[in-house]
Design a protein around this ligand. Structure first.
Ligand SMILES: Cc1cc2nc3c(=O)[nH]c(=O)nc-3n(C[C@H](O)[C@H](O)[C@H](O)COP(=O)(O)OP(=O)(O)OC[C@H]3O[C@@H](n4cnc5c(N)ncnc54)[C@H](O)[C@@H]3O)c2cc1C
Length: 477
């Protein structure tokens, strides 16, 4: 079927819904949203597990105040529970640490190093020094993860957030920006525990301008090819549709754009490919384990199955008393996640049982009755969980990733310099790109900065403020 429209939105995740909402608000209703999944939300998705629902992707709302996701959650009555990152129990190879104060002390030590990282990054940028890996910076500041406890605390603060180890993360654009003191959004993280799923808020937003059965929402539609030029964009789908649009907004994940899942014609120019390949699509895996018996205590959170969360902690499961579900969630990241994605559930279960026996040496632990392992890295619609800013990628690379190619525009969590990796980053980028296209339609297209050849170091642009976009825009953890 041949379909004509003004704007085609590729993807019905947070970015796509936000873009469509902004177009609608400007009375531009000539658009189509296309997604291969059968539901909207993209990486915001949930699944039944035991008698509960668990979030496979995004789960936390980071920061309150003007954070648009927090606003929508409040407006649509999303059920959340405050997430207290300080409520941690520390374990070593022999079970729970007898001296929990030792864990707290090490954690405090790392908190003060984090504050120093921010100062250090700022000073270095002012002096026009090159970016460093976070590992080099941490070592220069005197932090060495030379005990299992220190390694675990570092994992909790770096890998668990950025989904990559300190060796990979940029100082200037990743860890050096995580300022625990200031931030645009007031402090406070909420963990979503709504039976309708986190994507309920996106569905509700969509419903404000589109019926779920409207022809302009094409779900279950896999895009195989995108042909673009300076006048229009043609989108070809696997079920035989040809969508002809004046403009397209591509919201595919960075992982999808780095892979060959979708054919773009013409092939992206070298400066675009260099930018897309400079950033990292990481993998953050939440493994859910359902047990007949609860053998662990009342702790809330716990380089091998390092961070554990007790979903039976007060407020976490939707109906814990009646459901009888005993659920633990353990997170793995990066290469460990990729290794796990290559294993069977039974193999992962065996490894996890060995770790749990060490954590709870005196408990009788029956193997879990069910295990749920989302495989984000292998998933052809995502190819990972979210993006990270690695050492070696510059701000000019980031501008290039965001820049349009003819009438093909790009938006997503990865194109947000302020909030890459986060749901609100995608939401804000969707709005921003829709406004740019509205400019093209009504008056004049805004010009996006791009660099055909990326040279030098970003710090050379450091003027009175700082050139790090995340310094000023960072929310608090
Ligand atoms: C495990 C995990 C944990 C996370 N935790 C958090 C968190 O706690 N808090 C937070 O703020 N963020 C978190 N995130 C990140 C957050 O989920 C993303 O930043 C956000 O959902 C990205 O939205 P998006 O619209 O940019 O991309 P997506 O949600 O990926 O949307 C793109 C859409 O394009 C579609 N698509 C791709 N290829 C094709 C194709 N060929 N044809 C048709 N459709 C296609 C996909 O189906 C998808 O729906 C997490 C992500 C993951 C995976």
């Amino acid at each position: 079927k041949r379909i004509k429209t003004k704007v085609v939105i590729l993807g019905a995740g947070a970015t796509g819904i936000s873009a469509a909402k902004s177009l609608s608000e400007a009375n531009m209703s000539d658009f189509i949203i296309v997604d291969a999944q059968s539901f909207i939300g993209g990486r915001v998705q949930h699944q039944a597990f035991g008698n509960s629902q668990v979030e496979l992707g995004a789960n936390w709302i980071y920061g309150k105040g003007d954070n648009p996701i927090y606003g929508m959650a409040t407006q649509h009555g999303l059920k959340t529970t405050p997430s207290d990152k300080n409520n941690v129990a520390y374990f070593d190879d022999f079970g729970m640490l007898e001296d929990q104060e030792k864990g707290i002390h090490t954690s405090d030590e790392f908190e003060s190093v984090k504050v120093k990282l921010v100062d250090y990054a700022e000073k270095r940028m002012k002096r026009q020094q090159v970016d460093l890996s976070s590992r080099s910076a941490l070592s220069l500041l005197g932090w060495k993860p030379n005990t299992p406890l220190k390694a675990a605390v570092e994992y909790f603060n770096i890998d668990w957030e950025f989904s990559e180890p300190a060796e990979m993360c940029s100082l200037d654009y990743a860890t050096g920006t995580v300022d625990s003191v200031t931030g645009t959004y007031p402090f406070g993280n909420e963990f979503v525990v709504d039976e309708r799923g986190f994507n309920h808020i996106l569905v509700q937003e969509l419903k404000t301008f589109l019926h779920l059965n409207d022809d302009r929402l094409m779900l279950n539609t896999l895009i195989t090819e995108v042909i673009y030029n300076d006048q229009n964009v043609t989108v070809i789908t696997s079920n035989g549709h040809v969508i002809e649009a004046e403009y397209a907004i591509c919201t595919f994940s960075l992982g999808v754009l780095q892979s060959d899942s979708v054919q773009f014609s013409p092939v992206f120019p070298e400066w675009k490919r260099e930018s897309l390949l400079s950033f990292h699509m990481t993998t953050y895996t939440k493994i859910f384990l359902l047990f007949k018996q609860k053998f662990w205590g009342d702790w809330q959170h716990g380089g091998y199955y390092t961070v554990w969360q007790n979903l039976n902690a007060p407020g976490y499961l939707f109906k814990p008393a009646s459901s009888g579900d005993n659920i633990l969630m353990v997170t793995t990241t990066d290469t460990e996640s990729q290794r796990i994605e290559r294993m069977t559930k039974a193999q992962v279960g065996n490894e996890i049982m060995r770790v749990l026996h060490k954590m709870f040496p005196s408990a009788t632990i029956e193997p879990p009755v069910d295990i749920l392992i989302p495989r984000w890295h292998q998933h052809n619609l995502f190819r990972g969980s979210y993006s990270n800013w690695p050492i070696g990628a510059s701000k000019k690379h980031h501008l290039n990733m965001r820049a349009p190619l003819g009438n093909l525009w790009f938006a997503g969590e990865a194109t947000s310099a302020d909030y890459y990796g986060f749901l609100h980053g995608g939401w804000l980028e969707g709005k921003s790109v829709a406004n740019s296209i509205l400019g093209c339609i009504t008056t004049k297209c805004p010009v996006y900065e791009k660099h055909e050849i990326v040279t030098g170091c970003d710090s050379a642009n450091f003027n009175s403020g700082n050139s790090n976009p995340r310094f000023l825009g960072q929310f608090s953890y």
